[in-house]
Design a protein around this ligand. Structure first.
Ligand SMILES: [Zn+2]
Length: 115
């Protein structure tokens, strides 16, 4: 192997290492995005589970009379309104996902319709 070949090989390896380093950086940023999303979803799941449990508790207290039915519709509305206030979508377009501090037209329409 002559000196020129060795130099070319070393240059080639240098290039490869540079590319690998860049790929590693990309993967690292993808990983941190995934971890963030995972955290967000875990939080969302936690909130939704709490909501589900509290709405199931509400159902077990319901009777069969019309008066109780009217009350349960009101409670359902309150639960959804609270969920919306806590920053989650209640519209059928994005239901259960975080609102990111912006009002959602679909949610507001839904709240007015249910009221
Ligand atoms: Zn919405």
């Amino acid at each position: 192997m002559n000196k020129k070949d060795v130099f070319e090989q070393v240059s080639y390896m240098e290039e490869q290492i540079g590319q690998l380093y860049q790929q590693l950086g990309d993967l690292k940023s993808q990983l941190s995005e995934l971890l963030e999303e995972n955290h967000r979803l875990a939080l969302e799941n936690h909130h939704l589970r709490n909501r589900l449990e509290s709405s199931q508790d509400g159902e077990s207290n319901q009777g069969d009379t019309d008066i109780n039915k009217d009350v349960s519709i009101g409670e359902g509305y309150d639960n959804l309104a609270r969920l919306y206030e806590e920053g989650f979508h209640i519209c059928n377009v994005h239901f259960g996902s975080p609102r990111q501090h912006e009002d959602c037209l679909f949610c507001l329409l839904f709240l007015n319709k249910t009221k």
